[in-house]
Design a binder for this molecule. Sequence first.
Ligand SMILES: Cc1cc2nc3c(=O)[nH]c(=O)nc-3n(C[C@H](O)[C@H](O)[C@H](O)COP(=O)(O)OP(=O)(O)OC[C@H]3O[C@@H](n4cnc5c(N)ncnc54)[C@H](O)[C@@H]3O)c2cc1C
Length: 473
Amino acid sequence: MQAQRFQDSDDVSASGYTPTRMQEARPSVKKLEGLSGWGRYPTADTAGIRPEKARDLAPVEGRCLARGLGRAYGDAALLSMGTMLLTERLNRFLDFDDQTGVLRAEAGTSLKDILDAMVPQGWFVPVTPGTKHCTLGGCIASDVHGKNHHRDGTFSAHVPRFSMVLADGTIVQASPIENPELFWATCGGMGLTGVVTEAELKLVPVETAYMKVWHVRSQNLDKTVALLTDPGYDAQYTVAWIDCLAGGSRLGRGIFMAGEHAKKSELSLRILNPLNPPAKGTKPFPVDLPGWALNPMSIKSFNWLYNWIQGSRKEFICSYDQFFYPLDGIHDWNRMYGKRGFLQYQFVLPMRTAFQGTKEILERLSKNRKASFLAVLKRFGPQGQGMLSFPMEGLTLALDIPFTEDLLPFLDGLDDIVMRHGGRIYLAKDARMKPEAFRAGYPRIDEFCDIRKRYDPEGKFDSNLASRLGLCR
Ligand SMILES: Cc1cc2nc3c(=O)[nH]c(=O)nc-3n(C[C@H](O)[C@H](O)[C@H](O)COP(=O)(O)OP(=O)(O)OC[C@H]3O[C@@H](n4cnc5c(N)ncnc54)[C@H](O)[C@@H]3O)c2cc1C
């Protein structure tokens, strides 16, 4: 094995299955007031420790929960009356095998850390969400998906193994072969089975840091869905932006966007260093906008402009940052929604009901003038093995909606449509779903709870999301 060794991960062994007891270590506990997920709703007053070493992740007295970079939108990474185990300083690279592309790193390592170090060497992450500011541990716990789900599955499909600390302080290894039940309960298990301390990720080779992209305008939902499902338009990465304020004959109009990693031969000769695009700085979002700033009128104007600009771009080359992470270019862009924040609502419907269900939801949004800047429709491929993993074969729609008093009952109404059509709502984005909708969407919940009970009989690992949904209660 051609391995590059980066740094010792303390006493967290990654080879062999030898349960080890974590050393007692207690970094100081700090108060965390008004902590929230990325949507800024809800908030929680809690406490946390921010260990420098993986060995200090030993579960503390009382209940606890791991937190990465807090990019889950709702309350998945919040625990009131407990201790947050903040992992962001556990970001060391441990090994890289340039024959297999397998990188081993601590669980607080972010996708940004990985891309910054590995793209110049010709390697890319196999699956990425729409932000690179998320950790390996967070991506495993949410079993995140990307624009290539229909081809490459979820994040966990590319994780050969990880190590984790259990409720009794022992460290175990888990993989699809070693402790497979624990592995599949943890992938998508939202931190409720233990703390991932380090993980392996199989990177994919790329020739350049650029993407070859093409956009196609679509006039309505029929056309948008046809583009997403037609093999003639298929690419490694596909997604469609939807103008969710358009109604009538233009309901579901949008822009289909497809991309592939660009080959060297596809780049202009002016690009001298194909694996190192010039670094672009990020700009901060300077203030919390007032609640009224985002309203159907301002969003309608944005949608018109976005449709016009993006729809006019037919085929082009851009950096991977522009393709995968346009929002990361603006620091703290969630401040755009003001102090009350916003809710992200993402559901998936199985293929047989996907068109009808999505149409009903878009009609409801358009009729009620519930506007979303970011309405993204995507086709998912087959379901993976994570017991609480979100994706199933079908269509998924993600919406960001500014928080208003009437939003919660409105979304309950959308849940009814999702349940009626046999779908589910994404836990990493959720802040308000009711237990009935959760149970209807996640049929493997009892299997998950049996395994969790085996590894954590007292329910030490807990979250506000789990309490709200009555998960394993
Ligand atoms: C702009 C934006 C775009 C996004 N796009 C997508 C997308 O396209 N696809 C998608 O799937 N998701 C997407 N997300 C959601 C995001 O990828 C996930 O919520 C991811 O889990 C965030 O990682 P994190 O490190 O910030 O985790 P956190 O938000 O801190 O935590 C998320 C969950 O992981 C658990 N967790 C964190 N670290 C560990 C650990 N070491 N061990 C065990 N459990 C742990 C937490 O307890 C919590 O339940 C997006 C989020 C944003 C803000």
